[in-house]
Design a protein around this ligand. Structure first.
Ligand SMILES: CNc1ncnc2c1ncn2[C@@H]1O[C@H](/C=C/CNC(=O)c2cc(-c3ccc(F)cc3)cc(O)c2O)[C@@H](O)[C@H]1O
Ligand SMILES: [Mg+2]
Length: 214
């Protein structure tokens, strides 16, 4: 049977990256997506902005919405302090299966909890299921029309504290207009746009960083 693009991406990681070396996994995926097949990873240019925000926040608890192949999962987890935890939600079983193997190749299983299921089902259960109080950082990169409803759900279930950071991919392309309007106009957030480009292209895109003010 035909392989899928995520399976071909995984093969490129297993062929070109060194086990236990997260940076080589990131490089192998970026090379594959730039020279072989484009895929919707946050990519190397926006990935550097992601890295700088993760480093600045130095989070002990991270929530990622939309694992896909695990590219940003690996980027984030490779920068976390010891004992920090990253919970990543992915409801497509085929993508989740690929992501688990990418995360394992990077040697980051200890820091990552990949939960197979829908954000709307799981956000209400994260406290009880994983003993989480609040998230220091939330990375939004799933269906673009779900950023706003899931942000409201995250607020509703008390998963943010004063200073928690939301970082959203694709606020220009494909775009998340309702989310952007919300975080930029709400008195509960201090928002900042980081201009960049759509992964592996010259098209404008960017990340929006929003600090929850409590
Ligand atoms: C709604 N609740 C959910 N709960 C759990 N997982 C969810 C999910 N929604 C989506 N997912 C998963 O997240 C991933 C979805 C990501 C959606 N991302 C995009 O559409 C996207 C799309 C582009 C894109 C940009 C330009 C273009 F021409 C074509 C595509 C670029 C990006 O960086 C993107 O992130 C999948 O793995 C999906 O199964
Ligand atoms: Mg994206």
């Amino acid at each position: 049977t035909q392989s899928t693009r995520p399976q071909r991406l995984l093969s490129a990681v297993q062929k070109n990256a060194t086990r236990g070396d997260p940076r080589s996994v990131v490089k192998a995926i970026d090379h594959f997506c730039r020279h072989k097949e484009w895929a919707m990873n946050v990519g190397d240019e926006k990935g550097c902005i992601l890295d700088s925000v993760v480093t600045e926040v130095n989070p002990h608890t991270v929530l990622e919405l939309g694992t896909y192949c695990g590219y940003s999962t690996v980027r984030i987890a490779s920068l976390l302090p010891p004992h920090a935890k990253l919970i990543t939600l992915e409801f497509n079983p085929d993508y989740a299966a690929v992501a688990r193997q990418v995360i394992a190749w990077a040697g980051l299983e200890e820091k990552v909890q990949l939960v197979e299921g829908a954000s709307s089902d799981w956000i209400p259960k994260l406290k009880e299921q994983f003993g989480i109080q609040t998230f220091d950082l939330v990375f939004l990169d799933h269906w673009k029309d779900r950023y706003l409803p899931d942000t409201k759900l995250i607020e509703e279930f008390g998963l943010l504290r004063k200073g928690s950071v939301l970082l959203a991919d694709n606020v220009i392309c494909p775009g998340t207009p309702d989310y952007l309007e919300y975080v930029r106009s709400s008195p509960q957030y201090k928002s900042q746009y980081f201009k960049s480009h759509l992964e592996y292209t010259k098209v404008e895109d960017g990340l929006e960083k929003s600090v929850f003010l409590g």
